[in-house]
Write a protein that binds this ligand. Structure first.
Ligand SMILES: *Cc1c(COP(=O)(O)O)cnc(C)c1O
Length: 426
């Protein structure tokens, strides 16, 4: 059966995998090897010249990682994928295939804090300039476009949670200006939102979060939608111009609708090097088998917790798009009808001190800087990740002194609510 006939739950368990041809092992083995033996000299030459598919060295490809790549491509409905060492590595390699020194891209201001740093600080040393726009006002992306703009970047469900991006509205702007539209689908996963169905061209993931889902392995994925026409487009020389080291090969012409994923691998990963360990690929692959079950439970638990907190006398506000009356509720119904994910923020009436007290008094929730674990997690940004900022800067970052971010796990929701209640009242 071809992948396109199978349902999401089946793909989550089977896509890309088959019993090991040598040993019969039913789960995908961890191919813990740096390199692979060539059949003969001609075989080696064809692999190095990209004329044949096969394994050379684990920085480029690895059979365990290949199963993970095929599985995430199938779940997202893309043509190909590339697994890398972290979500940040995925973003880095995606932009490396698109941008030249002096180029610009437009990104939503509502992003994971680490992405704001990566785009705004480190990318500067490559001559790549980020221009910020407001995902609540899609027209702000169109206004920011200049002749140097080469891509648009947003998160589907955006950090620090509680924001749903109008993907269709922004993708129409990208299409009008022939710009690739990149969506970070980390918080949603393809179970909740399928960005390619709403006009995305490229998807990136931190697989560290819900895809792996158990808080035990870092990883990142780039998924190629196969939709963008790179051929002959001189704005994207990595894809449209001959590559001398591959005998004048032009990625867009030779590899068609998988050219972007291949360029990220054979140019970006080859030269920049953030390869995913096969062990981590195995852990993430195992996590993905239960992705549909976990994401539904995460979302159901988050909604019940948000409803409880919205009525709690110690809580000023709850920002969760699953709640009726929330600013993003209509967009949530449009883009993620099965649930609005696990991550959201609350505001405490008692301000900074109440935030410190809450994270200190919780017993089941872990106080740490991560999301997308089976376990429930909490963080008070003002006393941790954002401690160096002034009260004004805190507010601009959406991390005022009263703000607490939760990532709701898959425990019994009654236990989570009881833990929050005792910590709020103590
Ligand atoms: C964590 C995260 C990243 C970065 O991923 P790492 O695996 O930590 O490098 C990028 N985007 C989002 C939305 C994230 O939550």
């Amino acid at each position: 059966m071809s992948s396109s006939q199978l349902g999401f739950n089946t793909l989550a368990v089977h896509a890309g995998a088959a019993p090991d041809p040598t040993t019969g092992a039913r789960t995908t083995p961890i191919y813990q090897t740096a390199s692979f033996v060539f059949n003969d000299v001609e075989h080696a030459a064809s692999l190095f010249g990209l004329q044949a598919a096969g394994n050379i060295y684990t920085r480029l490809t690895n059979p365990t990682n290949a199963v993970l790549e095929e599985r995430v491509a199938a779940l997202e409905g893309g043509t190909a994928a590339l697994s890398v060492a972290s979500g940040h590595a995925a973003q880095f390699l995606a932009f490396h295939s698109l941008l030249q020194p002096g180029d610009e891209f437009i990104a939503s201001r509502k992003l994971y804090g680490g992405s704001i740093n990566q785009f705004g600080n480190s990318f500067k040393s490559f001559g790549w300039k980020v221009v910020w726009a407001d995902s609540d006002a899609p027209e702000s992306f169109e206004k920011a476009i200049t002749p140097k703009t080469k891509a648009i970047f947003v998160e589907s469900i955006a950090n620090p949670g509680g924001v749903i991006t109008d993907l269709k509205a922004i993708s129409e702007i990208a299409q009008r200006h022939k710009l690739p539209f990149i969506v970070d689908n980390t918080l949603a996963t393809p179970y909740l939102v399928r960005p390619f169905e709403h006009g995305a061209d490229i998807i990136v993931h931190s697989a560290t979060k819900f895809l792996g889902g158990h808080g035990n392995s870092l990883g990142g994925i780039i998924v190629d939608g196969g939709t963008f026409q790179w051929t002959g487009d001189s704005r994207y020389p990595q894809l449209s111009q001959p590559k001398a080291e591959y005998n004048g090969l032009v990625f867009a012409e030779t590899f068609g609708n998988v050219a972007f994923a291949l360029a990220c691998r054979a140019l970006g990963l080859r030269d920049l090097g953030p390869a995913l360990s096969p062990f981590n690929a195995f852990q993430i692959l195992t996590g993905i088998e239960t992705l549909p079950l976990r994401m539904q439970r995460h979302s159901d638990n988050a909604l019940a917790t948000a409803e409880f907190l919205a009525k709690h006398p110690k809580i000023e506000w709850v920002s969760y798009p699953g709640l009726e009356g929330d600013k993003y509720h209509a967009l949530a119904k449009q883009y993620c009808p099965k649930g609005a994910g696990a991550v959201f923020t609350i505001g405490l009436k008692g301000g900074y001190d109440a935030g410190v007290k809450l994270v200190s008094n919780l017993k089941l929730f872990s106080h740490l800087a991560n999301i997308g674990d089976t376990r429930s997690l909490i963080i008070h940004p003002a006393s941790t990740t954002h401690k160096q900022l002034s009260p004004e800067q805190l507010r601009e970052a959406g991390a005022g002194p009263e703000v607490v971010r939760l990532s709701i796990g898959i425990e019994d929701v009654a236990d989570l609510i009881a833990d929050l209640d005792q910590a709020l009242n103590s």
